[in-house]
Design a protein around this ligand. Structure first.
Ligand code: GBH
Length: 513
């Protein structure tokens, strides 16, 4: 039994009828599982993905406005976030949906260029501040806690023209902006997330072309970004900690995206671990490990390769000793966005990579077997056991930090009958409960997303919403999917019931919300 517990859920299910069919101690077979007291449920969105109002009331241009306006078919459907879900006007409906679901909190992000159109604190845009005040007050009116992401990818364009996250001055730019938010909203906001997904910001935006600003400067820009971003995060954290925490009493941390990397065979175990250290250890190790700093394997690898490639110094910038100290421990919780897993194999052949590049530094590749069932998004397969393994690794690597699941979810091409999404949510929540029974300190779960929205390079082709959004209607009508009813029941009962069949005819608001 002890040994079996270490196996992922799917293995358990396979073995269960051979070994333990009658046993009701087997976690994976329980049909109703309870969440612990105090566990919090929410949903998430992000400013550029839902707000629209791209130039409303004094907002200035950000990198997603800029990229999509200058290169309209950069997205799959040639659409952009100019209007999106029009939440800039329809936020009351968004809060109503949060009430329908009975959420404890709602995670949303703030648009930097809406609040500070010059990028700097010299001019505050009153209308922008008013928008977020309205949203926050509307949530609090119904006892829904706002959870605010300070930065979810929509950098002011002017800062990008000054090199964005590769310019070390962004440490000041970002922490000045963060201070403005603490001052304006911190009396009511008790949950802060500094940055959403450093890996997507740095690797996809600077090392690749899959996110704005599409710099595609491989093997260098993504590492400069990573260093500056971590220091910027830490500076904002310490400003909150020293100047605001005592009076405002909130909690603040960072959100890191992590897939689970499973080795193809035992021979590839080391390659999988190297890839984990690059893909999310890069951001987690400096903050959550005892030693701090970038993972040793990254430092060694990149330094050795850089020397061999003729660089004067490592392509991975160094932290000063003070910076290591400043970054270490600078998060009250481990914010985790998790969606899926990959199988990893070692690949040392430099012929298959650009040199230098991030994946040449890693010397491994990942893939998803064709028999893994999946979502509309090509990269999103339904692999609940990977979530269990990831949570276990985080518990073991970083001394069991408090974990907030700040995103988890599933995409379709639309439609209200979303059985696959329901299966995904149940499987992942079940795997999360397995890890919690083993000791993982998960306190918060956030479904991505409250509603369909602008899915970055995929435009509106992939849908993550518990609510469907009708983009043909000027009202951007939002309609609950079957998964919304299932999630509502999980939140209401504080339990996961695999057999629950919702009555999807009418969505109501329960007492207290
Ligand atoms: C999150 O990112 C974002 O925070 C959110 O804004 C977004 O809407 C949501 O997920 C759904 O995508 O190299 O093609 O295999 C998720 C991060 C994005 C990480 C896809 C893995 C694989 C891209 N993930 N990525 S690919």
């Amino acid at each position: 039994m002890l040994l079996l517990r270490r196996f992922p859920t799917f293995t358990l299910t396979l073995f269960s009828c051979i070994l333990l069919c009658e046993s009701n101690t087997l976690k994976a077979r329980q049909t109703v599982r309870n969440f612990p007291d105090g566990f919090l449920f929410g949903t998430a969105t992000a400013s550029y993905q839902i707000e629209g109002g791209w130039n409303a009331d004094g907002k200035s241009e950000n990198i997603w406005d800029h990229m999509t306006h200058n290169n309209p078919c950069v997205t799959d459907d040639c659409l952009n976030g100019d209007v999106a879900d029009d939440s800039y006007n329809l936020y009351k409906r968004d809060v109503e949906m949060a009430r329908e679901l009975g959420l404890d909190f709602y995670r949303f992000s703030i648009s930097w260029s809406r609040v500070l159109p010059t990028s700097f604190p010299d001019k505050m845009n009153e209308a922008g501040v008013q928008y977020y005040n309205n949203l926050i007050n509307e949530l609090l009116k119904y006892n829904i806690e706002p959870m605010v992401t300070i930065y979810h990818w929509d950098l002011p364009q002017k800062l990008q023209e000054m090199s964005g996250w590769t310019n070390p001055h962004i440490v000041d730019w970002f922490s000045d902006y963060s201070r403005v938010l603490f001052e304006q909203f911190g009396d009511r906001v008790k949950y802060w997330i500094t940055l959403n997904e450093p890996r997507e910001i740095c690797y996809q935006g600077y090392g690749s072309v899959t996110m704005a600003p599409q710099l595609n400067i491989q093997g260098t820009a993504e590492y400069m970004c990573a260093k500056n971003l971590l220091v910027a995060h830490a500076k904002a954290y310490h400003i909150y900690d020293k100047e605001f925490r005592a009076t405002q009493g909130g909690t603040i941390g960072i959100t890191i995206s992590a897939s689970w990397m499973e080795p193809e065979t035992e021979d590839h175990a080391e390659a999988a671990e190297v890839m984990r250290q690059f893909e999310w250890g890069q951001y987690a190790h400096p903050i959550f490990s005892k030693a701090g700093d970038f993972p040793p394997v990254m430092k060694e690898r990149i330094a050795a390769k850089s020397a061999a490639q003729g660089f004067q110094r490592s392509r991975l910038p160094e932290f000063t000793a003070e910076e290591v100290e400043m970054v270490r421990g600078s998060s009250d919780f481990f914010g985790l966005n998790h969606y899926s897993s990959v199988i990893v194999f070692k690949n040392e052949s430099s012929l298959t990579y650009d040199v230098p590049s991030y994946y040449d530094d890693i010397e491994a590749n990942g893939y998803q077997p064709s028999d893994w069932s999946g979502a509309a998004s090509s990269w999103l397969k339904d692999v609940p056991w990977g979530f269990y393994k990831l949570l276990t690794a985080i518990r073991e690597n970083y001394d069991n930090p408090v974990v907030f699941i700040t995103e988890n979810g599933y995409s379709t091409y639309g439609g209200l009958e979303d059985e696959d999404r329901i299966t995904y949510y149940r499987g992942y929540l079940n795997a999360m409960l397995d890890a919690m029974e083993d000791g993982s300190d998960v306190r918060v779960y956030t479904a991505w997303s409250l509603m369909d929205n602008f899915e970055w390079m995929r435009g509106y082709t992939e849908r993550f919403g518990l609510y469907e959004v009708d983009y043909e209607s000027p009202e951007r009508t939002r309609t609950p999917r079957k998964s919304a009813f299932v999630y509502k029941e999980i939140v209401r009962t504080r339990a996961l019931d695999f057999n629950y069949e919702p009555n999807t005819t009418i969505m109501t608001i329960d007492e207290g919300h």
